[in-house]
Design a protein around this ligand. Structure first.
Ligand SMILES: *[C@@H]1O[C@H](CO)[C@@H](O)[C@H](O)[C@H]1NC(C)=O
Ligand SMILES: *[C@@H]1O[C@H](CO)[C@@H](O)[C@H](O)[C@H]1NC(C)=O
Ligand SMILES: *[C@@H]1O[C@H](CO)[C@@H](O)[C@H](O)[C@H]1NC(C)=O
Ligand SMILES: *[C@@H]1O[C@H](CO)[C@@H](O)[C@H](O)[C@H]1NC(C)=O
Ligand SMILES: *[C@@H]1O[C@H](CO)[C@@H](O)[C@H](O)[C@H]1NC(C)=O
Length: 770
């Protein structure tokens, strides 16, 4: 008995010791592994002994690691530096005097879905004043770089580069200073963080220079501010004049994204330089994880940009249609979701049964004949358990040769599925949506005759295949169709609210075109981006909130040119309060994911309406102090706020800071579901919000009106009328929401409008119970 328990004890001890050793070894390994950290410093505490702050940063770094060099020293949008550190080194830095925070670098990705779609050119843009101020506006685009040779960067008719410009045209592989001109006035690249984390750039795959080997950056920058190009199209699809939203503005390209992703230390370095260079609008079609503002380097960096008068526009993300899927939600950012245009690229499938279905395609090669071909579902032509998805090498050639193959959307790229079918000897492809995508269609420049169909059509086609012993089909292509209604509709992929960080701020802010957008493209890859695609185009049609963001960046540049004295918040307010959320027939903009009316959690204030934004009447302005009061209302400590201000700032003791009084152009009202058990009849709650309007129009009296979809909320505004007699005059109003308790998960929407009979200054209101 005794010896047994002794042996047991020994074994146990041994086990514990072994486990302990394994644990310790593993722990040491992870501790020694270096990662990139961004270190935020409080410059005001720099000891006198240092002659400049970079020396101080360097000594801070050397105090924890003498083997590491700084990747970047940051000067403008943040104070601090980035470096490769072990977890332990990062921890010991955190405790040092002068160090505000040490944040592990986040890897971001581009917000594109690489879906072809068409950009409707905004006919109304001609109404904007064609002043020299417009050509002084500089749009900085952080992306994959540019392909400068395309006509969209033609600088004919442009005057000299604005004298305020301090940027450069950096040289590198396949890029030299003569690649910039009076349109593309600057180009830089940032790869130190990428190479430290990911490894050296493979120059066979991409150029270590501002040159765009991907296409995304050329697309976004030409969408924002490309010069007008007549006779543009993708293989004849979407033909016409292609031009950016602000064709007279200048472009500065900052390449921060590489084959392996976009790294935070490079993004912050690019923002820092872009601010120093003198950009006016910052366009960022990039996103990553969401976190508190002071732990999110894009939020911190864009605060710095905003405080220098720069308008910041970011993509909302492609995480829809699930709720709370947004990124880039800081209130000083304009967060842009994606809607469709009124253009489509129809294609048709005819089945042996005589039934026809319509879908979309940008196929441009030799079409199929009217002769019906054998039809097979990929799931029945593969050994793989996910054979329905047409993953690389999963199709059995003997079962698909000469046939039209039905592939389900998901997992791999849509165009890649067509290529997989082609390689296995298939004659064509029908790309079918499953319930994840519903009826949302994205057209692609497939390498074989192929079209995409919605879930309803897809299910019917699969049912036909199962029920017929000899199923057949053919595919026909319908070119470009315009005037599609209803449009816009909210894209299924567009990320949705509520705001995951601050429920009290409604996000996204706006909807802009982001589905099937035609804009400039790189010559390094074909329109599908596939290696096997040897076609080269100057324009491509793709989709994503990556595409909607630069629309707002360009429109922001137009407004800035027209109103050089407006703050970034005033421009954003003008875009928001003039946005529309219903069609001409009065029906609310639809959500393609549900086929139902969409809500402010999908479109924010609504779809951009640039001509009205030019003359909004009134704006909800905000200064840096307002944004700081917002951080005070979030109970941020002085040290946390210092990350943004880079100088001492203390929230006033005794002052009541409230998110409800933050001067935002929209209203989000988070509410608690009453927990009372007494049968539900809880007393109504009253919450009050205040806002201040600034007159940017002529003297006028504005009257308020509110509309709500239910009686469950009562909205009263005090005063109900505001008279402005002078330009820039400010008037404050209070709105009281009287609400009953509703079950958790309930959302109710309403709208508040001020009108002088000429202008409508509209704000959405979103109540949500948790
Ligand atoms: C830049 O590159 C182009 C084309 O590669 C070349 O013709 C030109 O001479 C180069 N210019 C400079 C300043 O190096
Ligand atoms: C289906 O489409 C084909 C080819 O476009 C056409 O000839 C045929 O009439 C259509 N059939 C039906 C039932 O609409
Ligand atoms: C084809 O695949 C479907 C779905 O996986 C399955 O239900 C059906 O039985 C298969 N048919 C044949 C003939 O294998
Ligand atoms: C599928 O399975 C069959 C029979 O087991 C085999 O002969 C064939 O090589 C497999 N095909 C593929 C593509 O794996
Ligand atoms: C900030 O602190 C106050 C006082 O403790 C509290 O009432 C309020 O809810 C807090 N605000 C936030 C956003 O956490």
């Amino acid at each position: 008995m005794k010896s047994l328990s002794l042996r047991l004890l020994l074994i146990l001890t041994l086990l514990v010791t072994l486990t302990y050793h394994v644990y310790v070894v593993a722990e040491m390994k992870t501790h020694q592994e270096k990662k990139t950290y961004i270190v935020h410093m409080d410059k005001s505490t720099m000891p006198m002994s240092f002659s400049n702050h970079f020396q101080w940063y360097d000594s801070s770094l050397k105090s924890v690691s003498d083997s590491t060099n700084m990747l970047y020293g940051y000067n403008d949008v943040i104070h601090g530096y980035s470096a490769r550190l072990t977890v332990e080194e990062a921890k010991s830095l955190e405790g040092q005097p002068g160090v505000l925070s040490v944040l592990e670098e986040v890897k971001y990705k581009l917000h594109t879905t690489r879906t072809p779609l068409f950009l409707g050119l905004d006919k109304s843009e001609a109404l904007f004043p064609d002043s020299s101020a417009a050509s002084d506006v500089i749009v900085g685009v952080l992306d994959t770089g540019v392909w400068p040779e395309i006509k969209s960067f033609d600088d004919a008719g442009f005057g000299p580069v604005p004298s305020s410009w301090k940027g450069e045209c950096e040289e590198g592989k396949n890029f030299n200073s003569s690649n910039c001109n009076r349109k593309l006035i600057g180009a830089r690249f940032f790869s130190k963080g990428y190479e430290a984390a990911f490894g050296p750039i493979d120059e066979k795959m991409e150029s270590k220079s501002p040159r765009d080997d991907d296409g995304h950056g050329t697309h976004t920058s030409t969408t924002a501010a490309g010069s007008a190009v007549a006779g543009a199209s993708l293989f004849g699809y979407a033909p016409g004049m292609a031009r950016g939203m602000a064709p007279h503005a200048r472009v500065a390209a900052y390449k921060v994204c590489w084959v392996g992703g976009c790294y935070g230390s490079d993004i912050v370095a690019a923002m820092d330089k872009a601010v120093q260079d003198g950009i006016n609008v910052l366009s960022l079609s990039i996103g990553g994880s969401v976190s508190d503002y002071d732990r999110d380097n894009i939020a911190i960096g864009t605060f710095g940009a905003m405080s220098k008068g720069i308008l910041v526009s970011c993509s909302a993300g492609n995480g829809g249609p699930g709720s709370m899927s947004l990124s880039n939600v800081a209130p000083w950012i304009t967060t842009v979701g994606a809607g469709t245009l009124d253009r489509d690229f129809p294609a048709y499938v005819s089945l042996g049964s005589g039934k026809n279905f319509s879908g979309v395609s940008l196929y441009s090669g030799k079409p199929l004949s009217d002769t019906l071909l054998p039809l097979v579902y990929a799931a029945n032509a593969s050994n793989s358990s996910i054979g329905n998805l047409c993953m690389g090498g999963s199709l059995i050639p003997g079962k698909v040769a000469g046939k039209i193959v039905v592939c389900d959307r998901g997992l791999n790229a849509r165009v890649e599925k067509g290529e997989v079918v082609k390689r296995a000897g298939g004659a064509g492809m029908i790309l079918t949506n499953t319930d994840t995508y519903g009826e949302e269609l994205v057209a692609d420049a497939h390498l074989i005759p192929a079209l995409a169909v919605g879930q309803t059509a897809g299910d019917a086609i699969k049912k036909y295949i199962l029920s017929d012993s000899n199923p057949t089909a053919t595919i026909a292509f319908g070119g470009t169709q315009v005037g599609v209604q209803p449009s816009p509709v909210v894209a299924a992929f567009s990320s949705r609210g509520p705001n995951p960080i601050t429920m009290d701020i409604l996000k996204p802010d706006l909807l802009a075109p982001g589905v099937n957008i035609l804009a400039g493209w790189t010559n390094a890859v074909g329109p599908t981006g596939l290696q096997e695609d040897t076609r080269r185009v100057s324009f491509n049609i793709i989709s994503g909130t990556s595409m909607s963001c630069p629309h707002v960046s360009g429109l922001g540049a137009l407004l800035m040119g027209a109103h050089p004295d407006w703050s970034p918040a005033a421009i954003k307010s003008a875009l928001m309060t003039t946005a529309y959320n219903s069609y001409k027939n009065g029906k609310t903009i639809q959500d393609v994911a549900t086929g139902q009316p969409s809500t402010p959690f999908d479109y924010g204030a609504g779809h951009v309406n640039p001509v009205s934004a030019l003359d909004p009447g009134l704006v909800y302005d905000a200064t840096i102090d307002d944004y700081l009061a917002f951080l005070c209302a979030l109970n941020y400590t002085s040290n946390r706020i210092k990350t943004f201000t880079k100088q001492d700032y203390t929230c006033e003791v005794g002052k009541k800071y409230s998110l409800r009084d933050f001067n935002y152009p929209s209203f989000a009202v988070p509410l608690q579901t009453a927990s009372g058990q007494g049968g539900g009849s809880s007393a109504a709650t009253v919450v009050k919000y205040t806002r201040t309007l600034t007159n940017v129009g002529t003297p006028a009296t504005y009257k308020v009106s509110v509309s709500s979809e239910t009686q469950a909320v009562k909205i009263t505004v005090e005063p109900e009328s505001l008279t402005f007699t002078e330009p820039n005059e400010k008037k404050t109003y209070t709105v009281a929401f009287t609400v009953s308790s509703m079950p958790s998960g309930t959302n109710i929407f309403a709208r508040l409008e001020w009108s002088d009979g000429k202008h409508i200054v509209g704000s959405p209101i979103a109540f949500s119970w948790t």
